[in-house]
Design a protein around this ligand. Structure first.
Ligand code: ATP
Ligand code: MG
Length: 401
């Protein structure tokens, strides 16, 4: 006997009433796409569970992949048996004796299929008795068992499951719309992207690139980060904006200390235009209040003025150490700390205004004249699309050595 299924429990979406069907089918297609390299597994769903029939595949790597899928609350290995008392007893015994470090257990039966002749309570007693008679070291503890063995009797068969494995939580990616992530090569913005995806948001990314001040390596780093994010969201398109001409013109025409504020406003305007063109309804940034000069309340107030798109800032109240912890966990940290030049740091003045005000900034901005450069920049945006695949992960891993 061995575990032949992985049972998937849904997260918060079970609360979503009418939308539930939509959420479940999105999750289903996200799981299918994640497991596309396992052609033998068979995935089925009903309104409160999903089952992966392993068909001989090892469960561990599949569980690892499923841990990256938002919308999964928890998973368990499961054995499916026929709806007979004998078969259920045998499977329950396997579920109890298979793990190590278990001394106390509890059986919880749920009889969904009411034509099955033995009621849930009765089944708990029968199975408990069977396990105690056929083993020596175990005792029953109904309040704090080391192991709860769940027995779910359904029309199509009985599923016996044990240990719960924590899933990623959140909502299935693609269920709450799309956002355009301002992706730098730093630590924060990939984490912001990850957290936004966790709320079911599909991402596209935009990166401002300033060759020759920023190198191909700097661009590659951003592309590698985007590729990493496909683990959680299948496809991520990256729009690379050639930013050099606009930046140079800007810094020629205005006092240096206001350069950063005006440059950020420019980035917001361009991002909004790209979002609008792509039918995306919000922007996401890795800003965290007070972290650097552009992230003071005054800067945010002044920079935000140029767009009325919602800006999602999932890191706004987080400490850097906590952001770093997440970046390590999602495997973006090592990419983010590769040395690189950022378009913002290359041009940033030694003494940027940390408390700009809207009035002054608007006056300066009126004097700016980009000629045809603004339109040219928009016309020269390069878009690259990444899809999640195993080969991409491995390739990028090899790069690190
Ligand atoms: P990060 O670690 O994400 O680079 P940061 O702490 O360095 O953030 P800033 O440089 O002030 O902070 O950038 C704030 C946010 O602005 C970033 O999180 C990102 O969303 C956006 N941003 C900065 N530089 C770029 C860029 N070159 N292209 C696209 N977005 C950028
Ligand atoms: Mg940065």
């Amino acid at each position: 006997m061995q575990y032949d299924h992985i049972l998937i429990r849904y997260g918060e979406m079970s609360l979503k009433g009418k939308n539930k069907k939509y959420f479940v089918s999105k999750l289903f297609s996200n799981v299918q796409s994640k497991l596309k390299d396992y052609p033998h597994v068979k995935i089925t769903k009903n309104h409160d569970r999903m089952y992966i029939l392993l068909n001989g595949e090892q469960p561990e790597p599949i569980i690892e992949l499923c841990k990256e899928i938002f919308g999964i609350q928890s998973m368990s290995l499961a054995i499916k048996v026929d709806n007979t008392e004998e078969a259920i007893k045998e499977a329950a015994l396997y579920a109890l004796t298979n793990p190590t470090n278990v001394q106390t257990f509890k059986i919880s039966t749920k009889r969904v299929y009411k034509d099955f002749p033995i009621r849930s309570q009765e089944m708990n007693r029968i199975l408990g008795g069977h396990l105690l008679t056929n083993t020596e070291k175990y005792t029953v503890d109904v309040h704090h068992p080391d192991l709860e063995i769940n027995v779910e009797i359904r029309r199509e068969g009985t599923f016996i499951t044990s240990e719960k494995i924590k899933g990623a939580g959140g909502l299935p990616v693609g269920t709450t719309g799309k956002s355009l992530l301002l992706l730098s090569g730093g630590i924060d913005s990939p984490v912001a992207g990850y957290l936004t995806m966790k709320r079911g948001v599909e991402l596209e990314a935009i990166h401002f690139h300033s060759p020759p001040y920023t190198s191909e390596r700097a661009k590659q780093k951003v592309l590698d980060l985007a590729k990493k994010l496909t683990r959680y969201g299948r496809t991520v398109r990256v729009h690379i904006v050639p930013f050099t001409n606009l930046q140079q013109t800007l810094f020629r025409q205005i006092p240096e200390e206001y350069g950063m504020t005006l440059m950020r406003r420019l980035m917001m305007r361009i991002s909004e235009q790209v979002a609008e063109k792509e039918g995306i309804l919000s922007l996401t940034t890795g800003e965290s209040l007070g972290q650097v000069a552009s992230q003071t309340m005054e800067s945010m107030n002044t920079i935000n003025e140029v767009t009325n798109y919602p800006i999602l800032r999932p890191l706004v109240a987080m400490d850097k150490v906590d952001i770093i912890d997440i970046s390590k966990r999602i495997d973006t940290y090592d990419i983010s700390i590769r040395p690189y030049e950022d378009c913002c740091t290359v041009f940033v003045p030694s003494q940027p205004k940390t408390k700009p005000n809207r009035k002054k900034v608007n006056e300066l901005e009126k004097r700016l004249d980009f000629g045809s450069e603004y339109e040219e920049t928009l016309n020269n945006i390069e878009t690259i699309e990444f899809k999640h695949d195993k080969a991409a992960d491995e390739e990028e891993f090899a790069d690190l050595f």
